[in-house]
Design a protein around this ligand. Structure first.
Ligand SMILES: Nc1ncnc2c1ncn2[C@@H]1O[C@H](COP(=O)(O)OP(=O)(O)OP(=O)(O)O)[C@@H](O)[C@H]1O
Ligand SMILES: [Mg+2]
Length: 460
């Protein structure tokens, strides 16, 4: 069921329920009043008969008394009288043919047997009748007489039923109007929602992420459209980045493949060994590129870091010890931060090793490369310094992007990985001028410090 029909169904249900409650309350009120009115009417008739008998004074003829009484009385609508003398109907008021209550033999018998005034229910051709029997006795006359008043209850109730019928008709009309109004209003309210849905469908069908929703106004729906559009912005950007990444990666891998293929095609008997060595070399390079690509992709995922307590001084010294043998350089230890931080020690080491690999590539034999670490306020800095040519100012931001590399260097993934390692730690990677020429590559991360062994937790 669509939201539209659901809203209308609810409106109809609520309106119908309200009208039903109102209707049944009215019904029981009207019926209650009717009952009370009929009771009062009968009591009034009894009172009138008593008053008449009192006014007439002492009588000797019970039949005459009742005849006189009936002669003066005209029954109201829905009412009839008759008198019973010695078990027989004596006189009755003139009424419609279906209201001839005096033809009811049981009632006549009950009336002539009555000793006390009594009320009850009888049936007639005009439906149920509420009656009152008043036995009448006259001293000196031993005839048993009674006066009977009947009120045609069902006929009066028919009036109530008529009222209720027109109430029901009006209610049906009200429900229809409410339904139509609900349908229109729901349609207006839901129109923007439908627009959002349609556009979203069109976008997902055509896979065209450049489309945007256009919902004017400043209500919830246009806010929803805004949120949706911002999500599309992010998706579009993410997909663009991914596509670029694939393009770049494909391009980088195609070059060694072309080289390998060319050499294999041209390979003769005599240069066989040489070609195999070259091909193996290229394959090794591709292997490294693939590894780096995977590492780069993983470094952008959550959960990349394996955070633990890292002794920064030890880490700095270890990196230097590890890279010393890489090349013939003058290796130095600048300074070390004597502290413990929460970080991923392996990834930090990896980052520094990347810096060192680049520094080796950009320095000559005997050139100077220094490694160091220091706490600066709430931040930890780790760096590698060299006395090579340095990085021109206009290149500094770009070299951290992937596949950005100089003329005869590597793939250009190294610094991109380092930048991601720093970002995963909530920090950044950057390059600066070294005071004495060359480059300083450093990563700067927030120092979430743990208490040094033997010391309380502190920020000193
Ligand atoms: N110490 C440095 N001195 C001067 N330039 C540098 C230094 N380190 C990096 N660069 C420049 O930054 C570029 C990007 O470095 P990056 O480590 O990202 O790539 P790469 O070393 O060329 O390749 P890869 O690390 O993937 O093998 C390098 O190609 C080089 O031009
Ligand atoms: Mg590198």
């Amino acid at each position: 069921m669509s939201a539209h029909t659901r809203i209308v169904a609810w409106v109809l249900l609520v309106v119908a329920l309200a009208l039903t409650v109102a209707g049944s309350a009215t019904w029981s009120l009207l019926v209650g009043r009717l009952d009370a009115r009929v009771g009062a009417e009968l009591a009034n008739e009894a009172e009138k008969l008593r008053a008449f008998a009192k006014r007439a004074g002492p009588a000797t003829d019970v039949r005459g008394l009742l005849r006189d009484y009936l002669g003066t009385m005209t029954p109201d609508t829905y009412e009839t009288y008759f008198s019973v003398v010695n078990g027989k109907v004596d006189q009755y008021s003139v009424v419609r043919s279906d209201e001839r209550l005096h033809l009811n033999k049981e009632l006549v018998a009950a009336a002539s047997a009555a000793q006390e005034p009594s009320t009850g229910w009888a049936s007639s051709d005009a439906g149920q009748v509420r009656y009152l029997v008043m036995p009448v006795r006259v001293t000196g006359d031993d005839r048993k007489a009674a006066f009977v008043v009947g009120v045609f209850y069902d006929e009066q109730r028919r009036e109530v039923t008529d009222v209720m019928r027109s109430f029901a008709l009006t209610s049906a009309l009200a429900v229809a109007v409410a339904g139509a109004a609900g349908w229109l209003v729901a349609g207006r309210v839901l129109a923007p929602v439908r627009l959002v849905r349609k556009t979203a469908e069109r976008i997902s069908d055509s896979a065209d992420l450049t489309r945007r929703l256009d919902v004017p106004g400043d209500d919830d729906i246009s806010a929803l459209a805004g949120t949706f559009n911002r999500m599309l912005d992010r998706l579009e950007r993410a997909f663009a980045i991914q596509r670029e990444f694939l393009d770049d990666a494909g391009h980088e891998l195609r070059t060694p493949l072309t080289v390998v293929r060319g050499h294999l095609e041209l390979m003769g008997e005599e240069d066989r060994e040489e070609t195999v060595a070259l091909v193996l070399d290229e394959l090794e390079r591709m292997n490294r590129i693939v590894d780096d690509l995977l590492l780069l992709a993983r470094s952008e995922q959550p959960g990349f870091l394996d955070v633990g307590e890292v002794a920064v001084a030890e880490l700095t010294v270890d990196v230097l010890a590890k890279v010393r043998t890489l090349a013939d350089r003058t290796w130095r230890l600048d300074e070390v931060a004597d502290t413990h931080v929460l970080a991923d020690g392996q990834r930090l080491t990896q980052a520094l090793v990347q810096f060192v690999a680049n520094a080796v590539r950009h320095t000559r034999d005997g050139g100077r490369i220094s490694v160091g670490s220091a706490l600066r306020g709430q931040r930890l800095e780790l760096w590698v310094r060299d006395d090579g040519p340095g990085v021109p100012a206009d290149q500094r931001a770009r070299i951290f992007e992937r596949f950005v590399h100089g003329a005869q260097t590597g793939t250009g993934l190294g610094l991109a990985i380092v930048a991601n390692i720093a970002a995963a730690h909530g920090g950044r990677a950057e390059v600066r001028d070294a005071p004495e020429g060359g480059a300083v590559f450093l990563i700067s991360i927030p120092a979430y410090r743990t208490g040094e062994p033997g010391e309380p937790h502190s920020d000193r």
